[in-house]
Design a protein around this ligand. Structure first.
Ligand code: FES
Length: 119
């Protein structure tokens, strides 16, 4: 017997918000953007843009002050050196063990939008 399809629950999110112009983002570098009081680490690699929580999950350093590895698609925490994958925020090495949040990005023409979870 086949039961009902499992329901898919998604986190409510805020409307898309503009965070930058694509041309304003330097290829292969991280910048910090404050949005609704939340610091975000914004990284452009070629035509893609990644948005992560800017606060390192280990000891709260600012990831946007770290180095971006465009080959591995990671950003390295400037304080103790854990690298976080841009696609999902998972650390690739110690001392950080917990991921940082990642956020959905939409690029419309030259404008970059992000969706943050609802508070
Ligand atoms: S504060 Fe980022 S690895 Fe320690």
């Amino acid at each position: 017997m086949i039961g009902p399809a499992p329901s898919v629950r998604t986190m409510p999110s805020m409307p898309k918000q503009r965070i930058a112009g694509l041309a304003d983002l330097i290829e292969g570098a991280a910048v910090c953007v404050q949005l609704d009081g939340a610091p975000l680490c914004v990284v452009r690699v070629e035509s893609r843009v990644y948005v992560l929580g800017d606060t390192c999950s280990h000891a709260e350093a600012s990831l946007s002050e770290g180095e971006v590895d465009v080959d591995d698609l990671t950003v390295e925490c400037p304080l103790h050196g854990s690298a976080f994958r841009l696609v999902d925020g998972v650390p690739t090495g110690l001392p950080a063990t917990k991921p940082v949040a990642t956020h959905e990005v939409t690029i419309d023409g030259d404008v970059v939008f992000v969706e943050l979870p609802a508070p």
